[in-house]
Design a protein around this ligand. Structure first.
Ligand SMILES: [Zn+2]
Length: 1017
């Protein structure tokens, strides 16, 4: 079982499972939600709302302190001793950094034993239809986990009738004159109900508009979900999706009248095909895979939410749980709720119309019984239309509530009136916490980070209330007074890490505008201050405690930079990675070794503080433990293995680009998100970085536009009486301008009664994404091999169900519905993904990071990471090219991920989401070498090449246009590696060849045979 390269045959040994199970109960890496220990019970009482009290566990005031004997610095004591920065010098000796791998490359593929799949008998014993490794109900039932919110058996009540203290009832306001519509858009549009999020005239900072997250251009009448092709952050799949409501001839009384005329309208005949995958193996489309379009009347579908924001694994919802169980497919939602949008209608109105019973926001899928009454599409309560809502500001016509923007847009943002606030909106507060130990200084990261901060200081989202502060730490904690009027920043050192306190708290988080020069001084000085330090210890835990105390009164964003395993004080960790066990599917430490980081994260969450962790480390740093600080506080994890300012220039470039995005992207503070669904459906498990505050309210101290979430659902009550169901997410947040806003997305889907219809509507990408999230949880709570088995069984079970219950004649082969034609391929890709792969030398922290990404990435990037896109690029042509803003963007076809598709005389670009790899074959044509790479022969291609020269040739222009276009469609910056045939990076390139056999994993064809064998049993 422990032999590398051979997948385990179903389930960990009993002893191991017990061990893993026990450790997970105390706080596993991916846990969330209510836990049974005392930690949570106190938390719940604190965090119901927006109070800013300190938790009772930090009652200390500033005690007397002693001198720090090590550094000889005056430390903060009974009297406040401060030392100007210029005085501080670290000790003059230099330590040698422990050796680090120069390149985080995993070794190339070797020939090895023929891989075996898990034994069929142990997986699918005939006596028990549910295999042990399965996500399906009844299979291998795990004890309720502390992170998994399971509804008490109160039916759908909890889900449909929650009252949020922060979302009080909106009274039916009948005062017509209280409209406060603001327009900053094109006055000629007569579009006076929509307010641009950042009115140009209000933008005091001329450079702010460069930030993607801030640009909401003025809107045309009616909101389009469609992005112009030139926009960033919108993958191509969105470009031609549903159009906006222009031209929509509103059926007078709304969606209920449309349902009667519903019929199978939108399914292309191709979608009805049954495919034998053993005969038609290449089902990968040449262009990026489009999400299925729900089978709705076009008048409803064109109002529906963009699938990039809100997507369901099944676009046809099974009528009953029994039908869902029969299909053996997971039911869930994938959300990207705060995605940067080019167009977003923003409504300012004193009346936000919501259902009086379930608090659903009025949306395009409600029914108007008459002009004065609307019926909620989630709980079916009939509500009155408030008088104010009778007037349509868009048309200036009274008596057409169904034409209001709230009823015409599935995605909309409301400016929240004061009743949505329990305290004044918090100011934007940014605290940076830097590791300045010897190890940190050796990596040289401070230079990059401080320079990046200097460059982007004016672009930090905020207003005149923006506050900023800095903490550095090694074995002690250093604070910086930036009080306005000081000649230079002052450093205050606290050496007592057992009982951390905050010296002069009022001067440590300062107004950015008032103290900008001092901040700039500090950022210029910091990188030099510790260059001679001897201090190798890292008191991360105490530093985080100090940072938490400092931010508690306001909330905000904490950005922590760490370069090693913390060694001192609370939260100190021990190395526990055993390199010779890296490849094993078992006995790897995926769970945290301490609950310190989780507890602190929950304290942070209660005070509206989110912690983002930047880990720059060449050695094992126990990301499984450290990552909890971000996971539960709704932060993000960034990981730069083997970061070094000289030895690893690519990582330096990557950090700079990602910091640029990180510092300038949109941010929402003190946010909560709730997801509602139509009565009968129930949400039971949440995936992502957050804390489940009350039954279904996700606490998000920060929300950022690059975070994705997923939820699992079940059908609790029969949906036989309804033809449509809806899902609505509502994200309440404070903008960096200090406005309270609510962003609402509503998705509408049809209900079906037959298994065939359920299969026809399956969304294979969403299914794969949800399964990946579930598999991460399973890896942590059970074992990696169990998670892998469950992934495989998900394919086997659903295709078996399809074969036995849908297909009338039992043909030979592996028959799949068209909708699931890529299901086996995507699951095989997941098995080979860094999170779940076995038989490789993947470092534990890299695996943990990959798992963090699965949990926190929007679906589109998760799919690219899992199943990259491969293109041949040495023969790009303008045929079929896109034309965007006078630029011609070639559109080469997407190739299967197999070395069969490569040829030595070509060059191939692999887009794996966060990284682009350009492999150049040995016999690549001279034309490509000289006209694109700018070299005379193959041998002259540099070993490390991460940029293409801009040459004055059509070949160069085409490939550069193509790569730029790929990069523009995502918020982060994928690094490009040019890979020669003998380059060590080639192994990374080949590792993504999902369809090929590796030492430890089947080829796609072998996998299909295995699936077929199991399905046809
Ligand atoms: Zn309702």
């Amino acid at each position: 079982m422990s032999q590398p390269g051979i997948p385990a045959s179903g389930g960990a040994p009993a002893g191991l499972q017990a061990q893993n199970g026990a450790s997970s109960a105390s706080g596993s890496l991916y846990t969330n939600g209510p836990v049974q220990n005392a930690l949570m019970s106190s938390q719940v009482s604190v965090n119901e709302g927006y109070n800013s009290q300190l938790p009772g566990s930090y009652p200390h005031l500033i005690p007397a302190k002693t001198l720090n004997p090590v550094s000889g610095q005056s430390n903060y004591g009974g009297s406040q001793t401060v030392s100007p920065l210029s005085i501080y010098q670290g000790p003059g000796q230099t330590l040698y950094r422990p050796p680090v791998a120069s390149n985080p490359v995993t070794p190339s593929l070797h020939s090895g034993p023929v891989p075996r799949m898990p034994l069929p008998t142990s997986q699918n014993p005939a006596a028990t239809p549910m295999p042990s490794g399965s996500f399906l109900p009844g299979a291998n039932v795990q004890p309720p986990l502390n992170w998994q919110y399971n509804y008490p058996s109160t039916g759908s009540q909890t889900n449909h009738c929650p009252r949020v203290s922060s979302q009080p009832a909106v009274s039916g306001n009948t005062n017509l004159t209280s409209h406060q519509y603001v327009s900053s858009g094109d006055p000629s549009l007569q579009n006076n109900f929509i307010k641009s999020a950042t009115p140009q005239h209000a933008n005091k900072n001329p450079t702010m508009s460069r930030s993607v997250g801030y640009s909401y251009p003025s809107l045309p009448p009616g909101y389009q979900n469609t992005a112009p092709p030139s926009t960033t952050g919108m993958p191509p799949s969105s470009l031609n999706y549903s159009s906006g409501p222009q031209g929509f001839t509103q059926t007078p009384l709304g969606a209920n009248h449309l349902t009667a005329s519903m019929s199978g309208l939108s399914l292309h005949p191709e979608g009805l095909r049954v495919i034998n995958l053993l005969q038609e193996r290449n089902m990968l489309p040449a262009t990026s895979l489009q999400p299925p379009v729900p089978n709705l009347h076009e008048d409803i579908q064109k109002l529906n939410c963009n699938p990039e924001l809100f997507r369901c694994t099944l676009t046809s919802i099974p009528q009953t749980q029994a039908l869902l169980n029969k299909a053996k497919l997971p039911l869930g939602l994938l959300l990207h709720p705060f995605k940067d949008l080019v167009q977003l209608p923003v409504v300012t109105s004193s009346t936000i119309v919501r259902c009086r019973s379930c608090r659903t926001y009025i949306n395009p899928f409600v029914s108007f019984l008459d002009q004065r009454r609307w019926k909620c599409n989630l709980c079916y309560r009939v509500n009155d239309v408030p008088e104010e809502f009778m007037y349509n500001p868009l048309t200036r016509v009274y008596g057409e509530p169904h034409r209001r923007p709230e009823v015409q847009n599935a995605t909309i943002e409301f400016m929240a009136p004061s009743e949505y606030m329990l305290r004044p909106p918090q100011p934007p507060v940014y605290l940076f916490v830097f590791d300045v130990s010897h190890n940190a200084v050796e990596t040289g990261y401070l230079n990059s980070v401080c320079q990046s901060l200097l460059d982007n200081l004016d672009l930090l989202p905020g207003n005149t209330r923006t506050k900023i502060g800095f903490i550095t730490f090694d074995s002690t904690i250093h604070f910086y007074s930036l009080q306005e009027g000081l000649a230079q920043p002052q450093m205050l050192i606290v050496s007592d890490i057992e009982d951390v306190f905050i010296p002069m708290p009022e001067n440590l988080l300062v107004n950015l505008n008032e103290s900008k020069e001092l901040v700039q001084d500090l950022l210029k000085t910091l990188p030099q201050m510790f260059t001679k330090t001897l201090e190798t210890q890292s008191a991360l835990g105490p530093a985080l405690q100090a940072a938490f105390k400092l931010m508690s009164p306001t909330g905000g964003r904490m950005s922590v930079f760490q370069t090693q395993l913390p060694t001192l004080g609370v939260g100190a960790l021990r190395p526990r990675e055993e390199p010779n066990q890296r490849s094993s599917a078992k006995e790897i430490h995926l769970t945290p070794s301490t609950d310190f980081y989780k507890k602190l994260a929950l304290d942070c969450s209660g005070q509206q503080v989110a912690v983002d962790l930047f880990l720059l480390s060449g050695q094992y740093s126990d990301l499984a433990s450290l990552g909890c600080i971000s996971r539960y506080s709704a932060g993000s994890v960034y990981y730069y293995p083997s970061y070094h300012h000289q030895q690893n220039p690519v990582q330096v470039q990557k950090l700079q680009k990602e910091l640029q995005r990180y510092l300038t992207r949109k941010i929402g503070f003190e946010a909560v998100m709730r997801i509602r669904c139509t009565k009968g459906l129930s949400i039971h498990t949440f995936h992502g970085n957050f804390f489940v505050r009350s039954t279904d309210l996700l606490s998000l101290p920060n929300v950022n536009p690059d975070a994705g979430y997923a939820v699992q659902m079940s059908v609790e009550e029969s949906l036989t009486d309804t033809q449509l169901v809806s899902f609505q997410s509502a994200l309440l947040y404070t903008s960096s301008k200090g406005e309270r806003r609510i962003r609402v997305h509503t998705l509408c889907l049809p209900v079906v009664s037959t298994l065939n219809e359920v299969f026809l509507g399956a969304d294979v990408q969403a299914i794969s994404g949800l399964l990946a999230n579930m598999a991460v949880d399973r890896s942590v709570t059970a074992s990696l091999s169990d998670a892998r088995d469950a992934l495989v069984n998900a394919v086997i079970d659903s295709l078996s169900a399809y074969r036995s219950s849908v297909l009338s004649n039992q043909q030979p082969g592996l028959m799949v519905p068209f909708s699931l034609r890529l299901f086996p391929l995507f699951v095989l890709a997941l098995l080979k993904q860094k999170s779940f792969q076995t038989g490789t030398n993947a470092r534990l922290d890299e695996r943990i990071f990959a798992m963090c990404q699965v949990k926190n990435q929007p679906l589109v990037y998760l799919m690219l990471t899992t199943h990259p896109s491969l293109y041949r690029v040495d023969n790009l042509s303008d045929e079929g090219a896109l034309n965007i803003n006078d630029r011609t963007i070639p559109q080469p076809p997407i190739l299967q991920l197999s070395v069969e598709k490569l040829s030595r005389d070509g060059a191939f670009l692999m887009d794996a989401g966060s990284v682009l790899m350009l492999w150049v074959g040995k016999n690549c044509g001279q034309n490509f070498l000289s006209q694109v790479l700018g070299v005379q022969n193959y041998a002259l291609i540099p070993q490390i090449m991460t940029d293409l020269p801009e040459l004055d040739t059509p070949e160069s222009a085409r490939i550069i246009a193509f790569i730029s276009w790929l990069r523009e469609q995502r918020p982060f910056f994928p690094i490009l590696y040019v890979i020669r045939d003998e380059s060590p990076m080639k192994a990374n390139f080949l590792q993504n060849m999902v369809e090929d056999r590796t030492e430890s994993a089947l080829s796609y064809y072998e996998f299909l045979l295995h699936i077929q064998q199991q399905v046809n049993k």
